[in-house]
Design a protein around this ligand. Structure first.
Ligand SMILES: Nc1ncnc2c1ncn2[C@@H]1O[C@H](COP(=O)(O)OP(=O)(O)OP(=O)(O)O)[C@@H](O)[C@H]1O
Ligand SMILES: [Mg+2]
Length: 501
């Protein structure tokens, strides 16, 4: 019996954006039933390949086939939808519409009167979600879905078009541990039903957990494809970075004994989010705020930076009490921060990297209110170099950067204004392994120079360097864990399990 043709095969793909070569004679072959990982550093060309495999962009050179047949014309959207679907990090769902409307957008049943039959649409949507065991009310407006529900709805939508090949571009970046588990169970289920996956992630342990085969891209090129079991992690990282794995930085000193407080939170409460939270951070101290996505850790951090106002209680930053709920007041008191959602709170996509990177420091770049373009560009160039931001130059709009590189711009900006207190929410989401090490090293450096740091994250790698980690569970700080914990200890605490009890 002849082997089945690959579900998809891309060969000799080259794609340029102006002077940037995003893909250079790259390719991938995905066999039926596989869960195939695509990994590489930020800007390696992964999302560009996805846009070509889904027919959103044409390659400059190269060919794509599905099951041995040439890919459809770009204009033939229906033909593409029957072959492949992608669940993007950024939603393609329309927030104002209900789940049912999103599922059957543009293919409503029109009755003889020409009117849409909403009852039929809802019933069909319900059937569809039942078929794939997605437990969501079809009348819910899509904007009320959380990331996990949204992804499941998008997967069901893809399957309903007949596609049996699904691309997941960083699906886990915004999910907490239990949601990731549910997603993986869903993937395994669908795999058994014959669905093939291309899975993109910067969390290499996920590649080992869920994928059979891994392809590595580096600097726009295909570097290797191998069975996951044959490739030790160190070799995988070496393939991604083109260099042997590095040892991580040395010992931290931590805050000195007489370091003053740079943050005091006293008896703060926010109904529905957290309750009676108190803690301090000293100059030079790094404190983690760990917990599941819904634990309240994000809301606590957002309160400190003025994105939310607590009901009662006190937030004091470096001796000031900024007006609650005011970001400008928090910034003026000495806060630098990286918000959770870089698309909505992080930067201005239409503005250049240079302008975005220096948004918070106009007064350091020239006389009040006047920004010296040359000094600004020099500062931006230093950050681009130090953070390995992959771009042709600082004048590029941030929207032209790859996902992880956008995150680095937001980090650069937070580090730029010499804050007294640095507040980071999921700071390394979407950032590749090597850049992650570098950014966290930078945070340690900033702390050594006397800045206090608050890191709200559920990524163990982000929390490892913290002097102590406060664990938030259901809105309350339930544990304080000093440096040197074991992974299972912290994970158990985050899930509300008391190992000592
Ligand atoms: N529309 C665009 N205009 C200009 N440059 C682009 C555009 N899209 C992508 N690029 C560039 O192409 C390169 C590859 O980007 P791509 O988004 O494919 O990277 P990636 O591997 O997905 O990275 P990440 O891990 O950060 O998501 C980057 O240098 C990026 O800046
Ligand atoms: Mg990408």
């Amino acid at each position: 019996m002849a082997a089945a043709a690959p579900v998809v095969e891309a060969t000799g793909i080259t794609k340029r954006f102006g002077s940037t070569v995003a893909l250079h004679e790259a390719g991938i072959t995905i066999e039926p039933g596989q869960t195939h990982a695509l990994v590489g550093r930020n800007g390696a060309g992964k999302s560009t390949l996805v846009s070509i495999l889904t027919g959103l962009q044409a390659a400059d050179e190269g060919a794509v086939t599905f099951a041995g047949e040439p890919a459809p014309r770009l204009a033939d959207r229906d033909a593409w939808r029957q072959r492949v679907a992608c669940v993007y990090q950024k939603s393609t769902i329309i927030p104002e519409l209900t789940v049912a409307e999103n599922l059957f957008l543009n293919r409503h049943d029109h009755g003889r009167t020409g009117l849409i039959r909403w009852k039929t649409v809802r019933a069909k949507a319900r059937d569809l979600l039942d078929t794939w065991s997605v437990d969501v009310d079809v009348r819910t407006p899509a904007k009320e879905l959380d990331v996990e529900q949204r992804q499941f709805v998008e997967i069901a939508r893809a399957l309903s078009f007949g596609a049996r090949f699904i691309i997941l571009d960083e699906p886990t970046a915004q999910l907490d541990a239990s949601a990731i588990n549910r997603l993986f169970n869903r993937i395994r289920d669908l795999q058994r039903q014959g669905v093939t996956f291309l899975f993109i992630s910067h969390h290499l342990q996920e590649v080992y957990e869920i994928c059979d085969t891994v392809t590595v891209f580096r600097d726009a090129r295909h570097v290797l494809t191998a069975p996951v079991d044959d490739l030790p992690r160190a070799d995988l990282v070496a393939a991604m970075t083109g260099e042997a794995a590095s040892e991580t930085a040395g010992e931290r000193h931590g805050p000195s004994a007489d370091a003053p407080d740079v943050l005091t939170v006293d008896s703060a409460s926010l109904p529905g989010a957290y309750d009676d939270v108190s803690f301090r951070i000293r100059a030079g101290e790094i404190v983690g705020l760990a917990g599941a996505a819904s634990s309240g850790r994000i809301e606590i951090a957002e309160t400190v930076v003025g994105l939310r106002a607590a009901f009662g209680g006190v937030v004091e930053i470096a001796g000031h009490r900024p007006r609650p709920g005011s970001v400008p007041a928090a910034l003026a008191a000495g806060v630098g921060f990286v918000p959770q959602d870089r698309h909505h709170q992080g930067f201005v996509p239409e503005m250049s990297i240079a302008d975005n990177g220096t948004l918070t420091i106009p007064d350091r770049l020239g006389p009040a209110g006047f920004i010296d373009g040359r000094r600004r560009d020099r500062f931006a160039r230093t950050m681009i170099g130090k953070l390995a931001i992959k771009t042709p130059g600082p004048e590029l709009p941030v929207s032209g950067l790859s996902g992880g590189n956008q995150q680095k711009v937001v980090m650069a900006r937070a580090l730029a204004n010499d804050p007294r207190l640095l507040v980071l929410i999921n700071p390394t989401a979407g950032v590749d392994v090597r850049s992650k090490e570098f950014l966290l090293g930078k945070v340690e450096e900033v702390a050594e120079s006397g800045t206090g740091v608050l890191i709200a994250s559920d990524e163990l790698d982000d929390l490892r360097m913290c002097d102590r980690v406060l664990v938030v569970f259901q809105g309350r700080v339930v544990a304080e864990i000093p440096r040197g914990w074991h992974d299972h200890q912290l994970v158990a605490a985050m899930e509300g399990v008391d190992l000592d009890g």
